[in-house]
Design a protein around this ligand. Structure first.
Ligand code: AMP
Ligand code: GLY
Length: 425
């Protein structure tokens, strides 16, 4: 089959890598793709989603897979479906689970799914009174999409009130912040759980852990994610069961009952407090860099998983994973996440070590091809992924590969998977 992947990041590159290995896949197209996706297929640039659907029709694309949230929230799935094209992802209405924090929190409350105690409001007085009723720190969230910046963990009530005021006045995030969620702070550890659903059935992928802060030891500012690994040993059978029974199953069922069945990747961002899972957020797509570590663990051909999910046949799928671990280390550019950096040429040493060749690879993200050479032009440039029989082995391969990649100003965390390895050495 021929597949179109929408997006341009490391996430889409890793989906492309999985499709490239898949015997059922002939041609792969990326829209818009990045400076390295040409290694896997062809890049396609179009003006809008209608034109992309024209392209899919003309080329006879059998399946379109959407990576990022923006096209989903903008309704790409509805446009493709209307034209009879097969596409993997949630409709615009279902994508509100990520597009609006208020919709998401109210959905959770309505279906009795555990989350932090909250109020949603557009009134500063209400926000302020609720802040006073909580203990510090306090969490304030803008309703709409804010490119990952709309969540403020305020250490003091005063700071929380200031954040709420700046959001509600439109000063911080414009329209996206004119309604806010104020919620209690949950103190635990975070997990990313991904379920693929066809609206009715679902499969759950191995649990992953992201590292959102820029610096080692979870210090520094929040980023899109500096590294991930899976499966994580921080989850035990009992916790897995609770996550499925209390969060994933009722969400899929609730979305169906609400008349907005959820098809696509349900990404539950969870906080685990005393072995109890709470939903912090939903995303309606794969995490990045979580996708880069999940794709190589899949034994089931990627096309089969996505096609069955897009055609309501997930009940026929017996999903299988390799009995391995994957660790992904993000290499970012000099000024990330504060601003853009000067393009820097990327040199990858020739890998002579056979074992490394076999157990590690790069998923390219913020890169451009300039006069035939690969340059780092984005914030998160690439992800070095290692695969091994243990987390430690996978991590060692990932870091060995990092040592072979060079570009001016490169930076990366040196402690990815530390929570899993803390008690072992
Ligand atoms: P969100 O976009 O809602 O996932 O929030 C971004 C990050 O803020 C999360 O990954 C958590 O690290 C943190 N966060 C959000 N809500 C809470 C909360 N209620 N308690 C503690 N940390 C939170
Ligand atoms: N890595 C977190 C995200 O993709 O939102």
């Amino acid at each position: 089959m021929d597949v179109l992947v929408v997006g341009s990041g490391g996430r889409e590159y890793s989906i492309g890598l999985a499709l490239k290995k898949d015997p059922n896949v002939n041609n792969i197209y990326f829209s818009p793709g990045n400076g390295a996706t040409f290694q896997l297929g062809q890049n396609v640039k179009t003006e809008d989603y209608e034109t992309l659907a024209d392209f899919a029709e003309e080329k006879g694309i059998d399946l379109t897979i959407v990576g990022p949230e923006a096209p989903l929230v903008e309704g790409i799935v509805d446009i493709f479906r209307k034209r009879g094209l097969t596409i993997f992802g949630p409709t615009q209405k279902a994508a509100l689970l990520e597009g609006s924090k208020i919709y998401m929190k109210n959905f959770l409350a309505r279906h009795n799914i555990p989350t932090a105690r909250y109020i949603e409001t557009d009134s500063f007085e209400e926000a302020s009174a609720f802040i006073d009723s909580l203990s510090e720190p306090v969490v304030v969230k803008a309703d709409g999409l804010c490119a990952g910046k709309g969540v403020i963990i305020a250490q003091t009530k005063e700071e929380a009130k200031k954040a709420a005021e700046e959001m509600l006045s439109g000063k911080s995030f414009g329209e996206a912040g004119k309604r806010v969620v104020v919620e209690e702070y949950l103190d635990g550890f975070e997990l990313s759980v991904f379920a693929i659903s066809d609206g009715e059935n679902y499969v759950i992928l191995p649990a992953a852990q992201d590292h959102k802060r820029l610096l080692d030891g979870d210090k520094g500012p929040n980023t899109g994610g500096m590294g991930a690994y899976a499966p994580t040993p921080l989850i035990n059978e009992e916790l897995s069961r609770k996550i499925e029974e209390r969060i994933i199953a009722p969400t899929i069922k609730g979305m169906k009952e609400d008349g907005t069945p959820f098809e696509g990747v349900l990404f539950a961002g969870l906080m685990i407090v005393d072995n109890e899972p709470y939903t912090l957020e939903f995303n309606v797509r794969f995490g990045d860099p979580e996708c880069e570590v999940l794709m190589p663990l899949m034994k089931t051909p990627a096309s089969e998983l996505f096609m069955k999910a897009a055609t309501k046949k997930l009940d026929e799928l017996n999903i299988e994973f390799y009995d391995k671990y994957a660790v992904g280390v993000v290499m970012a550019s000099e000024n990330y996440p504060y601003g853009s950096s000067k393009p820097a040429e990327i040199i990858v040493d020739e890998i002579v070590h056979e074992e490394l060749k076999e157990h590690a690879h790069i998923s390219y993200a913020g890169v451009s091809l300039i006069e035939g050479k690969l340059f780092a032009t984005g914030g998160r440039v690439l992800v070095c992924v290692g695969i091994g029989d243990s987390i430690k082995e996978a991590r060692d391969y990932a870091y060995m590969l990092c040592g072979q990649v060079h570009f001016a100003g490169k930076k990366f965390r040196t402690d990815i998977a530390y929570q899993a390895l803390r008690d072992k050495s």
